[in-house]
Design a protein around this ligand. Structure first.
Ligand code: F0G
Length: 465
């Protein structure tokens, strides 16, 4: 007998629960109005399914919580640091491991130690904090994804790849002004798409030829390893751990937000091989984050990350994780909802411009759609469109290249019935899409406006009756 089940189950059982609360549609409408039609300004308690981000929102395991009780809170040389360091070295093989309170702190310390005004940093696509930290140094953040990354509906296995010709060209053109190149795995801003091993290896060869160090933004390294296992020839029989090791073998360092594939609620690190640069980074770390054996984290956080980095490479976990996102994506595609294809690792991105062609970009279709998802089903998502990116540094307005709504999945938090519920909400909203109306800005700060902007329905209501 060989029973081959089709159902992919959550590879865990639930030992601790946190209630979530249904509130009525009228209460949600009132909450939206009070929040200035900005989902960031809602009380999380008023949200039923929270897909704002997959960052720091995951559930930790009993092993992680158990490890936390053993946290060594010594200021210097804590046992927990050595456990953390050994977990990071085990997976990355990198020589120096510097803990930070989250990913952007690792970015700030790295760029603060090696970038000067006028420098250029090529990357498949910079995440927004990465870009901001590069620009804060007076350097240029150069996004060079492969061209297919910009075609949402096109199905290709590795749409996260960096454009190798563009990389070679950038390193030649800006020779002497590129202190490092980066590859973001998976490519969050480009739809959570993976990068192939062949692409990382080839980028490594190009960088080596130009004597430029290559770094990974490794936030979702385990999800990327899983996609390589599933999609790239020669990797089907390798473990996610072996694949991750190989990915890191081609780079000189990495920045990491442990709030993603560290399965922790807070934390991150910077790891690198260069002795002199590591010393500079540690000096800067002491100034703002803390002593190099804790870097702004508690000993118990280091324990949680040390355990999480290995748990995240578990095949059953990765299978369930990627499959549950894909499962929702399939239901949406079958219903004709346009999404970025193929589905990525941590999130689904709805193409709001394609779904709501009757709403002009000047009325923020993705923002409007995200509000209606909350109003109808208590689902919180995030707009990645013209509210987030439309305001230019000189104060003018320029529509974003895409109007997306991102549904990002916290790790190990929601079950299949939550996903089925989500599908119902999304399919219902798709049926009433012609009634959805645009929004306008009522009151806006000058920078990073999406976090605090106050909006209003542009035509009296979010949906026409
Ligand atoms: N790099 C990538 C690719 C990210 O997705 C993030 C965070 C960071 C760096 C920064 O890490 O938040 O720990 O400082 N992404 C979150 C998101 C916030 O919602 O996508 P952090």
């Amino acid at each position: 007998m060989s029973f081959q089940p089709h159902t992919v189950i959550e590879p865990f059982r639930i030992k601790m629960v946190e209630p979530i609360r249904h509130i009525s549609q009228a209460e949600r409408a009132a909450a939206l109005a009070a929040a200035g039609y900005n989902l960031f300004l809602l009380k999380a308690e008023d949200v039923l399914i929270d897909l704002l981000t997959d960052s720091g929102t995951g559930a930790m395991s009993s092993a992680q919580w158990g490890g936390m009780l053993q946290g060594d809170e010594s200021y210097a040389g804590a046992r927990s640091f050595f456990r953390f360091e050994s977990a990071v070295k085990d997976i990355t093989g990198l020589k120096h491991v510097i803990p930070t309170h989250q990913g952007r702190a690792a970015e700030r310390i790295l760029f603060g130690s090696c970038l000067a005004e006028g420098d250029v940093v090529p990357n498949n696509t910079h995440f927004d904090t990465t870009r901001a930290n590069v620009e804060f140094r007076g350097a240029t953040a150069l996004d060079i994804p492969v061209p297919e990354a910009l075609q949402p509906q096109l199905v290709r296995p590795f749409k996260g790849n960096i454009d190798l010709d563009a990389l070679d060209e950038a390193l030649t053109r800006h020779a002497g002004h590129v202190p490092l190149a980066m590859i973001t795995v998976t490519n969050n801003s480009g739809g959570g798409q993976p990068v192939s091993m062949a692409n990382i290896r080839a980028a490594h060869d190009i960088c080596l030829r130009h004597a430029v160090p290559l770094f990974l933004d490794a936030c979702r390294f385990a999800e990327n390893a899983w996609f390589i296992k599933m999609r790239e020839e020669g990797y089907a029989d390798k473990s996610p751990f072996e694949i991750a090791r190989e990915m890191f073998s081609y780079v000189d360092g990495c920045t990491m937000s442990a709030k993603k594939d560290g399965l922790a609620n807070i934390g991150g690190f910077l790891a690198l091989n260069d002795d002199a640069l590591a010393r500079k980074c540690k000096d800067l770390l002491i100034l703002t984050e803390g002593f190099p054996t804790y870097g702004g984290l508690a000993g118990y956080d280091l324990e949680a990350i040390a355990a999480g980095l290995h748990e995240v490479l578990d095949e059953d976990y990765l299978h369930y994780r990627i499959r549950s996102v894909q499962y929702l994506g399939e239901k949406m595609t079958a219903a004709g909802i346009p999404i970025v294809l193929p589905t990525g690792g941590h999130a689904i991105y709805i193409d709001a411009r394609a779904m709501l062609p009757h709403i002009p970009q000047s009325e923020y279709p993705a923002w409007a759609l995200s509000l209606v998802l909350y109003l109808v089903g208590g689902v919180r998502s995030v707009e990645i469109g013209s509210v987030m990116f439309g305001r230019q540094p000189d104060g003018t307005e320029k529509p974003a290249s895409m109007e997306l709504v991102r549904l990002a999945f916290p790790r190990r938090v929601y079950t299949q019935s939550h996903v089925d519920y989500l599908a119902e909400v999304l399919l219902y909203v798709n049926r009433i899409k012609a009634s959805i109306r645009g929004v306008r800005i009522a009151e806006s700060p000058d920078t990073l406006r999406h976090f605090s902007v106050r909006m209003l329905p542009a035509h009296g209501a979010l949906c026409e009756e």
